[in-house]
Design a protein around this ligand. Structure first.
Ligand code: BGC
Length: 791
C-alpha cells in the first residue's frame, strides 16, 4: 500500500505570516554591566540520589582534611597531564589527570582521533552523540585519566570566521544542547568527568585574553535574554545530564572576567542552574584571588595562580569565608564520587586512577568502527547532479588536492602551528595534508590516519582499477578523458588562538576551476573546520557533486570512501548556514575589537545569529542550516500533536514551590507537547531520514530548531514515526523582568516539520492554552496522512 503512494506536492515553505519582532537589545541600559551576586551558593547535593550519595562521601572526606590540604586541592599541580589536581596521600585520595580535549585524548599515544564536535553535530543523530561520549570517556578511563576537557558548548559559533567553532557541535543552541547532554552522559557513564566549556561568551579568539601592551581581554556584552536563550542554553543540557565540572572562559563577560564574574558563576550557574559540581578556570584565566574565590570559582588551573598561600591568608583574614573554601573542596570531591557512581550504575569497568596501574592502549577496534561510522554519518552531500554519486563500479579515478593524503609534515610530529610542544597540534593543513580535525587544544593526536587516498587506492586495487593523482599542483594535467570521476579534496583549517581570515582559499578555488575546465565529472570533497563558502564554482556544470566532509577524525579515508561507493547513504546535515558570499554574514563574519585598553564587543544582534539572521533579513543562503541530500528522497509530515500532562495547568512560569536542581528548574524539563512525525522513504535506495522540527515561538526568531533525529535505515517505500517531546524550556522565552522562563500560553505557536530550516513540508498553528485546538489538528493530520497514503 505504502509502496504505491503518490506523493503530492507539499507545502514548500510555510503558510503563515511573520514579522520580525521589534525586540532589540541595543537600548538595553544593562548591556555590558554585570550585577554583583554574593555570597556564592553552597552546593546542596540535593539534585538527585546520586548527588546526595556523592555529597555524603565528599563531606565525610572533607571533615578529615586539614586546612592546608583543602587549600592545596583548590589549585592545579605539575604532573603528567596538561592539568593535574592535588593528591591527599594520607587519606588515599589520588590526583586527577585533566586532558584535552573535546574529541579524544590529546597528547597521549595509543589514543584515537575522534571526529571533532562540529562533525558530530552534523550527524543530527542523538544515539551517535551518546556513543561518541561513551567511547571518548572509555579512552580517558583506559589511559588512567579522570577529567576530559570537553564537551564544548561555547564558542557557540556566533562569528562565521571564529577559530574554535568546530570544537563545538553547532551554532544552533538546541542542536548543540542535544549533543552536550548526550556526550556528557556517555562520558560520565565511564567514570570520566566531563567539563562543559567555556562558560561563557568566548565567541572569538581575537583578544580572548588580556595582552601586555594592548590591554584587557574583550568584553562580550550579552543581554540577559540572549545569554539564556542562546549562549547558556546548550550548557543546560550538559548540566541536566549531570556534568560534574564546568570551565569558565578567558574573556570578560559584561565587563567582568568570566572566571571572577559573580553574576555568571554564583548567579546563573550555581543559583539558577543549580550546579552541584566544580567550576575550574581556563588555563591562566584568573586575574584576581579574592574576587574569583568569592565569585564562585572552585579550582584554579593549571596551577594555584593567585590562590595558594594567598587563599590561605584570605581565609585567615576573613576576605574569603572558610565555608567558601569548604564548598570549593566538597564540590571537587563530590564531582569525582558522582561520576564513579554514574559509572557503577552503568556497569562500566572500574579502573584505578593511579598511573602505575593503567593500561597503555585506549584505541580499540570498536572505537575505530564508531569513528568510521560517525565520519560517514556527519558527511553532508550538498550537490549531486544526475545522481552521479554513488560511484558506479569505477575503474579509473583521478585524485587531486593536498587534502587527499596525509603526508609527513616539515616539522615531524610537531607541526608547530600553535606554537610548540611535541604533538601540540596534530591538525592537518596545507603542509601536512588531509584535515581530520582543527588546531590548538581541541586538536587530537591520533594513533594513525587513514587518508582518503589510502582508502580509495585500496578499493581500486581490489578491482584492478587505475588511479592517477597529483597532490601538489593547482592546475594538474593531463585531463584523462576516460576517468570515471575526478575527485578533488580541499580543506579549510581553523584553530584556537586566531580567527579565520577567510572562508575560502585561492589555491583550492583555482584547483577546482582548473579541473572543471578540463573534466566533466568533478566531485569536490571539502574537509573543513567550520563554514566553507563554495561560490561561484558550486554552479559550474562540470562540478557534478560536492560533499562537506567536515573534520571526521582518524578514519577519514574510510568514512569518505563509504559514502562515495554508496556503502553508506549520506544523511549528514549542515550544522550552520553556508552563505553565497562571505559578506552575507554581515557584522557576524569577523571578530571585532573596539579601540582602547578595555575592548568591547556588543552582541547587539541578540538572538539573531546564523539562520535566525538570514531568515530575518531574507537573505538566500547557498545552503541553509539543516540542509543535506541523500541518495534517496524523503517525505516528512506531522502525524499528530498531543499536549503532555505538564501542559494542562497552563502555567506561564515554572512552579515556584519546586526546588531547583542541576540543569535548572525541574519544570523546564517536563515535556509539555509531543509531536508525532512521519518519515517516509520516497526514493529507490535504503537510507536515513532526518526529520527536523522547527517552532516559531512568539516574540522570537522566525523559526528555531526544537526537534530532530536520524531515522533509519528505511527501505524504499517504508515509513516510520518519531515522537519529539518539547519541554517547557523548548517553548519558552527568557522573561528578563520575571527572571524566569515564560511560556506564552495565550499566543499562537507555529510548528513545522521538514528536511531543513527552509524546506518545511507540513506545519500547524497551535495555542498552548487551547488543548482542543491541539486535538483538532490531530484529526486533521490523520486525515492528511490517510489522503496521501490511500488508507
Ligand atoms: C583552552 C582550553 C583548554 C586549555 C588546556 C586553553 O587554552 O582554551 O579549552 O582546555 O587550554 O589545554
Amino acid at each position: 500500500m505504502w509502496l504505491t503512494i503518490v506523493f503530492v506536492v507539499l507545502l514548500h515553505g510555510y503558510c503563515y505570516s511573520y514579522t520580525a519582532p521589534s525586540y532589540t537589545n541595543e537600548t538595553d541600559p544593562y548591556l555590558g554591566l554585570s550585577p554583583p551576586v554574593y555570597p556564592a551558593p553552597q552546593a546542596k547535593g540535593s539534585s538527585n540520589q546520586h548527588w546526595a550519595d556523592a555529597y555524603s562521601k565528599a563531606r565525610q572526606l572533607l571533615s578529615e582534611l586539614t586546612f592546608e590540604e583543602k587549600v592545596n586541592l583548590t589549585g592545579g599541580h605539575v604532573g603528567r597531564c596538561v592539568g593535574n589536581t592535588a593528591a591527599v596521600p594520607r587519606l588515599g585520595w589520588e590526583p586527577m589527570c585533566l586532558s584535552d580535549g573535546p574529541s579524544g585524548v590529546r597528547d597521549f599515544e595509543f589514543a584515537s582521533g575522534f571526529p571533532a564536535g562540529i562533525h558530530l553535530g552534523a550527524t543530527f543523530d542523538k544515539n551517535l552523540m551518546y556513543r561518541y561520549g561513551k567511547a571518548v570517556g572509555e579512552e580517558y578511563r583506559d589511559l588512567g585519566l579522570k577529567i576530559a576537557l570537553g564537551p564544548m558548548g561555547g564558542p557557540l559559533g556566533r562569528i562565521a570566521r571564529g577559530g574554535r567553532n568546530w570544537e563545538g557541535f553547532s551554532n544552533d543552541p538546541y542542536l548543540s544542547g542535544a549533543a552536550m547532554g548526550r556526550v556528557t552522559k556517555g562520558m560520565q557513564e565511564t567514570g570520566t568527568i566531563a567539563v562543559a566549556k567555556h562558560w561563557l561568551g568566548n565567541e572569538q579568539e581575537e583578544r580572548r585574553r588580556a595582552e601586555l601592551g594592548k590591554g584587557e581581554a574583550i568584553s562580550s556584552n550579552i543581554d540577559d535574554r540572549t545569554l539564556h536563550e542562546l549562549y547558556a542554553f546548550a550548557f543546560m543540557d550538559a548540566l541536566r545530564e549531570g556534568a560534574a565540572a564546568v570551565m569558565c572562559s578567558y574573556q570578560r563577560l559584561n565587563n567582568s572576567y568570566a572566571c571572577q564574574n559573580s553574576k555568571l558563576i554564583n548567579g546563573v550557574l550555581k543559583e539558577e542552574l543549580g550546579f552541584e559540581g566544580m567550576i575550574m578556570s581556563d588555563w591562566n584565566a584568573v586575574y584576581a584571588g579574592v574576587a574569583s574565590a568569592n565569585a564562585g570559582l572552585d579550582l584554579n588551573m593549571p596551577d594555584a595562580g593567585w590562590w595558594g598561600g594567598n587563599l590561605t591568608d584570605a581565609v585567615n583574614n576573613g576576605s574569603v569565608d572558610a565555608a567558601r573554601l569548604d564548598d570549593m573542596v566538597v564540590r571537587h570531591l563530590a564531582a569525582a564520587f558522582y561520576v564513579d557512581l554514574q559509572a557503577q550504575k552503568a556497569g562500566s569497568i572500574h579502573r584505578p586512577r593511579s598511573q602505575d596501574q593503567t593500561p597503555l592502549v585506549a584505541v580499540t577496534t570498536e572505537h575505530d568502527a564508531l569513528i568510521r561510522e560517525i565520519g560517514a554519518a556527519g558527511t553532508v552531500l550538498v550537490k549531486n547532479k544526475g545522481d552521479f554519486l554513488p560511484l558506479k563500479n569505477p575503474r579509473f579515478l583521478t585524485i587531486y588536492g593536498y587534502d587527499a593524503e596525509s603526508r609527513p609534515n616539515p616539522w615531524g610530529n610537531n607541526p608547530g602551528i600553535f606554537g610548540g610542544g611535541p604533538e601540540e597540534n596534530w591538525a592537518w593543513n596545507t603542509y601536512n595534508g588531509t584535515l581530520i580535525t582543527g588546531g590548538g587544544s581541541g586538536s587530537t593526536t591520533p594513533a594513525y590516519v587513514i587518508s582518503p587516498f589510502h582508502a580509495i587506492v585500496e578499493r581500486m586495487a581490489a578491482v584492478q582499477g587505475t588511479v592517477r593523482w597529483n597532490f601538489i599542483s593547482d592546475n594538474p594535467g593531463p585531463p584523462y578523458p576516460d576517468a570515471d570521476a575526478c575527485l578533488v579534496f580541499i580543506n579549510a583549517y581553523a584553530s584556537e588562538k586566531f580567527d579565520r581570515v577567510s572562508l575560502t582559499d585561492e589555491f583550492s578555488d583555482r584547483l577546482i576551476n582548473n579541473l572543471a575546465a578540463n573534466f566533466t565529472n568533478v566531485v569536490v570533497i571539502v574537509h573543513s573546520a567550520g563554514i566553507r563558502v563554495v561560490d561561484p564554482w558550486i554552479e559550474n556544470p562540470n562540478v557534478t557533486a560536492v560533499l562537506f566532509a567536515g573534520v571526521p577524525g582518524q578514519q577519514a579515508g574510510n568514512s569518505i570512501a563509504d559514502i562515495l561507493w554508496g556503502d553508506v547513504n549520506p544523511s549528514g546535515r549542515l550544522p550552520y548556514t553556508v552563505a553565497k558570499n562571505e559578506s552575507d554574514y554581515g557584522e557576524l563574519l569577523n571578530s571585532t575589537v573596539s579601540e582602547g585598553p578595555f575592548p568591547q564587543d556588543n552582541f547587539t544582534e541578540g538572538l539573531y545569529i546564523d539562520y535566525r539572521a538570514f531568515d530575518r533579513d531574507n537573505i538566500e543562503p547557498r545552503f541553509e542550516f539543516g540542509f543535506g541530500l541523500s541518495y534517496t528522497t524523503f517525505e516528512y509530515w506531522i502525524q499528530n500533536l498531543m499536549s503532555e500532562p505538564a501542559w494542562t495547568d497552563h502555567r506561564e512560569y515554572p512552579n515556584a514551590s519546586r526546588p531547583v536542581v542541576q540543569g535548572g528548574h525541574p519544570d523546564l524539563w517536563d515535556p509539555v507537547l509531543s509531536v508525532r512525525v512521519g518519515v517516509g522513504n520516497t526514493g529507490t535506495r535504503a537510507g536515513y531520514g532526518v526529520p527536523q522540527l522547527y517552532v516559531s515561538i512568539p516574540n522570537a526568531p522566525k523559526m528555531q530548531l526544537r526537534g530532530f533525529d536520524r531515522v533509519g535505515p528505511l527501505q524504499p517505500g517504508f515509513m516510520r514515526y518519531e515522537t519529539f517531546y518539547l519541554t517547557r524550556r523548548d517553548l519558552s522565552i527568557w522573561d528578563v523582568e520575571a527572571q524566569s522562563w515564560k511560556l506564552q500560553n495565550s499566543q499562537d505557536y507555529y510548528i513545522a516539520v521538514g528536511a531543513s530550516s527552509r524546506d518545511l513540508h507540513d506545519g500547524t498553528v497551535f495555542r498552548p492554552s487551547m488543548a482542543d485546538q491541539v486535538l483538532d489538528k490531530k484529526q486533521k493530520s490523520q486525515a492528511f496522512v490517510e489522503a496521501r497514503t490511500g488508507l
